[in-house]
Structures are given as C-alpha cells and as structure tokens.
Design a protein around this ligand. Structure first.
Ligand code: AMP
Length: 567
C-alpha cells in the first residue's frame, strides 16, 4: 500500500475531534484494507509490532533532526531554528520537504511495507556505528517522502502521532466495518484484543465478518496478556450484596502485579503493562521451577517486598526500583527480597482456564503450588459469608502492612483487561489534609517540560516539614481539575533553587490531598510519610496559616492506628 494513502488517512482522522466521526473514517478504511496490508494496523497506533512485542522505534528528537537535515539538504542549525519556531518536528519535516533543495525528490514511491521494513530494522541495531546506520535507514525514507508523508513519518519516529486514535477507536471501527457496529461484537472484539494484544491478528479474523471466528484467537503461553482489574466495594455489606455469599476474601497485597508464564522449561515474567521483567527477577524464575507443578501455565500474582531480618512486609514504594533496575541485580535481590503471592491461574497444561469458575481456578493453584513463605505462596484467602469474620481477616491484612482485601465471586470467569464487577477491593477510607508545595521534580516522557512530582510539607511552628510526594490526581489534559501545565506555571516563579531535575519552591501554593494512611518515615523531615496521597484541589482560599500542623498529623497517626490497624 502506498504510504501516502495512510498519511492521508491520518490527516483525515486528525481533522475531527469527534469520536464518532473518527470511527466512521477509520471503519471505511478498514473495510477496504487488504489482507496483505494487515501490519498497517500497528502503524495506526504509531507502533511497528503488536502491543505485546517490546521492540519499539525509539528514535530521539536529535536523530530525527539530523535525518531531516540530511534528507532535505538543509543545515542542521536551520532545522533546529525551524523546530523552535514551529514547536513540532513533524511540521518542520513537512515544511522543509516542501522547500526541498536537493534534486532527489521522489526517488521512488514510498510504501507502508518499505516504511515498516526500515523501521523494524531500528530496534535490532546494536554496537558500533548504530547511530549512523539508524540515520541512513530513516534518511532513506525521508528522502522519498512527500511533505505529508514526511510529517507523519517523523511523528511516528518520535512516537507522537497525534491523530487521536486509541485501541478503543480501532475496536469500534472494526465492529462498525464488519458487524454494523453491533455492541455484542464490540465486546467480543475487545475480549480478543485483550487476549492476544495483536491488532493485526484480530483484523485477520474480524475481516471474515463471522463472530465465531474470534474464538480461534486464544491464549498463548509466552505472549503477555492484560490483567483482570477490580472495582471498589464500600464495605463488606456492599461487597456481599454485589457478589453473593459466600465469596472468597483475599489479602490485597501492596506490591506489583506479576504475570508468570511457563512453557516447558522457559519461564517469563510480565508486569501489568505487558513489560517483560524476567531478567530483573532471577530468583522468581527459580521459585517457579522448584515450587510449582506443571508443564505449562500462566499464573497471576502480586510480588511483595519484605524485610529480610524482621520479615515484615514493606510498602510498594520501597521495592519499586526492582522493576526498572537492570544492573546489580544480585545485590538488589538480597537487599530487597520479594515474595510471590499467587491469586489466579489463566492457563494450565495446554488448556485455557479463562472460562473456568474462580473456585476451580483457586483450587487448582492450591494443588500445584508448594507454599514456601517469603518465596512463593498462594495468596492468603478465606471463603466466607460472614461479615464479622471477613472484617477480622481484613484487619489482619492491614496489620501485616497490606493494602486491604479483595472479594471475589466464586463462579466468575477471568476476563483479561476488564475492570470487572465480580472482583472488588476494600481499602481503608481515605482522609484529607491541606499542605503546601515546597519542592518538585521535572517530569520525563509525556510529562517532559512540566513539573510532575510535588513535595508536600506540613507546618511546625515557623518551619515547613516535608511529609511526602504527590503526582497522582493532576491531569495531563485540560478539562476537569488542575493540569500539570497550570500548576507548573504557578510554581515556576516561586523556584528558589534548582539541582538537576529537582527544584525547591517557596512555600505559597496550598493544596488539598487525600491519602490512605500515615506511616513513620525517616525519609522526610516531619518523620512521617503519606501512603497513597492524591491531589484533589488547589486551595487558593487557604493561606499558610491554615495548613495542617505536625501535631495534627501525629494525632491522625495515632487515631488511625486505633481505627483500623488494631480496631
Ligand atoms: P488497584 O490497583 O487498587 O486497582 O487494585 C488492583 C491490584 O491489586 C491488582 O492489579 C493487583 O496488582 C493487586 N492485588 C493484590 N492482591 C491481590 C489479590 N489477592 N487479587 C487480585 N489482585 C491483587
């Protein structure tokens, strides 16, 4: 397919902000998309491979600038100048391609196959001369690109397509194109996307226009799958009303989700964002080999940190670095040990378990896992219909430093990627405080250019004492609530000192935050840290006189212990 056709589609999609319009445009395109052009499905989301595949384009702005300069014959300095004035590298490429000085205009017609071929070579390059090889691959494409092609090529390269298409837009467009927008079809398509995480594979099947065909896409061990998510219950009464009696009540561990695949001897670990983290957790691979029976399986679990000496469980923040860190793994493994708590099974010895009731799945886990505390265990669980006993269990979970409990319907199936009403979380009520911002950190990625993590302080006589950091509750886009952009603009004039990404801020902006718990902490000057803080509002109506004091926080700390720690 000509790349120009795709670029024109991008343009058309971009021309409207209305979701239904976008779906109409995209569904028409999908109707006429040929089987052999199936990989264009990845390009629609700015990717080159299915979502489960970790290979990404990963081109820096710097390299894109160099390539624009090479392809158009315009000096690097000039390209940078244009970038500063237009603020968008895609537009720079478009403009400069239009004014192209070189006579190489349109060497050959650019196709989506050629674009994918070159882009797919990028993540494979390693070692010496990589940058130049990458540059050559991109420049080859840009040299043959027309202005509109150059615009979208560059946007794809830097991972900023800006056409307002999400996975859900594609799902609805598939449903409209091949099933007249039938709601049931949309649901089934989404289910297949969640299982396979491969839009082209789903396209292959939906194109036939038969819903039954969707069943043919099933789980594959080794290919990451989206986790099932929970809704909230107000309390046990509410939970039992929604789920029926009895149901399973389990510890809601305060760690991170780990989905474990085993296929013969091969073991792979994925996070809930489908990221492969096997290398970071060699000990977990060992536990699976040793303590879980079965040739092939997919287990759903929560990894929780604990203190090697006291055996006390630690909050997630203290072990979060284990997920990202790719070096000194052995040392980290010793310092920050984790325990795997298995709470579900999705696949076992050649058979999907998705449609089995939870009671059967949970029984299967208990059969195949040899419990080894502080290594791997089945999540702590009771099957119960009695509110009082459920509450006792909940208190025990909190006492052991966990977040609360999960209530699960015993008959329910496993629905990958869905926030289901048959799995409910119960956590302590949230409480609020008014605090002042005294520091911040510049963000990265999508939040680049904004302050994105804010240090909060309470008051102690004339001093301000730090009590935690908050980044949650602030929006990236304007609409409801305060945005990073607005907050950054308010704070920049108040910066007193900068050190790398960190800035110190004159205490002035008062904010309301809610949190779940206060913990003692040596990391902050107040001696306390907020657990799960979330920003709720700016309080321009409040002054520094009104913010909470250290004494009040100490009082809250004591009260909370009485309230739900030891009840
Ligand atoms: P939340 O992130 O607050 O929506 O809570 C859902 C998360 O709790 C899941 O994604 C899991 O990572 C975690 N979790 C901890 N323990 C369990 C459990 N026993 N069953 C299901 N999820 C759990």
């Amino acid at each position: 397919m000509r790349y120009k056709k795709l670029a024109e589609l991008y343009q058309e999609l971009k021309s409207t902000t209305k979701r239904l319009e976008k779906i109409k445009i995209l569904s028409k395109f999908l109707e006429y998309l040929h089987k052999e052009d199936r990989d264009v499905m990845y390009l629609l989301l700015g990717d080159i491979y299915p979502e489960y595949d970790e290979r990404r384009i990963g081109i820096s702005h710097q390299l894109a600038i160099k390539s624009i300069s090479k392809a158009t014959g315009i000096e690097l300095k000039q390209v940078v100048k244009e970038w500063k004035s237009l603020g968008d590298l895609g537009r720079v490429a478009e403009k400069l391609t239009l004014n192209k000085k070189q006579s190489t205009l349109h060497n050959y017609i650019l196709t989506t196959e050629k674009v994918l071929e070159n882009l797919r070579k990028l993540p494979e390059l390693e070692g010496k001369g990589t940058v130049n090889k990458k540059l050559a691959l991109i420049t080859e494409l840009l040299t043959s690109a027309s202005p509109i092609e150059a615009l979208y090529l560059v946007r794809t390269l830097i991972g900023d397509l800006r056409i307002g298409v999400k996975e859900s837009t594609i799902r609805e467009s598939m449903s409209k194109a091949f099933f007249d927008g039938d709601k049931e079809a949309s649901k089934k398509i989404q289910g297949t996307i969640d299982k396979s995480n491969d839009l082209a594979a789903v396209f292959d099947v939906v194109k036939k226009g038969k819903l039954k065909e969707l069943k043919k896409i099933s789980l594959e061990v080794g290919k990451p799958i989206k986790a099932m998510l929970a809704q909230k219950a107000k309390d046990f009464k509410d939970g039992f009303k929604k789920l029926g009696k009895p149901c399973a009540v389990e510890y809601k561990y305060d760690g991170f989700r780990l989905i474990i695949h085993k296929k013969n001897k091969n073991i792979l670990l994925f996070t809930r964002c489908l990221e492969n983290v096997t290398k970071q957790f060699p000990e977990v691979v060992g536990y699976i080999q040793k303590y879980v029976q079965g040739k092939s399986f997919i287990l759903d679990s929560e990894a929780v940190g604990f203190d090697r000496k006291t055996k006390e469980y630690k909050p997630f923040q203290e072990i979060s670095q284990r997920i990202r860190r790719k070096y000194n793994i052995e040392k980290l493994q010793k310092e920050l040990p984790i325990e795997i708590n298995v709470f579900d099974i999705i696949y076992y010895n050649g058979k999907s378990q998705l449609n089995e009731p939870f009671k059967k799945r949970t029984a299967l886990i208990k059969k195949i896992i040899k419990n080894n505390p502080y290594k791997i265990i089945c999540a702590k669980q009771i099957i119960i219909g009695n509110e009082e006993r459920a509450k006792e269990f909940y208190k025990k979970a909190l006492k052991e430093n966990q977040e609360g409990v999960m209530m699960k319907n015993l008959e329910a199936i496993y629905k990958p990627g869905s926030r289901v009403g048959h799995m409910l979380k119960i956590k302590p009520e949230e409480r609020d405080l008014d605090l002042v911002i005294t520091g911040a950190e510049y963000g990265t990625g999508k939040r680049k250019g904004w302050l994105s993590s804010f240090v909060l302080s309470c008051k102690d006589k004339n001093k301000f004492l730090e009590i935690g950091k908050v980044g949650t509750g602030i929006k990236e886009k304007s609409g409801q609530g305060i945005t990073f952009d607005e907050l950054t603009k308010k704070l920049i004039p108040l910066i007193t000192k900068e050190k790398g990404k960190t800035v110190y801020i004159k205490p002035k902006i008062v904010v309301a935050v809610i949190y779940q718990e206060i913990q003692k902490s040596p990391n902050y000057a107040s001696g306390f840290a907020l657990r799960f803080p979330r920003f709720t509002a700016l309080r321009p109506d409040k002054s520094l006189r009104d913010i909470n004091t250290l004494d009040e926080i100490k009082e809250d700390f004591k009260k909370q212990k009485r309230n739900y720690r030891y009840g």
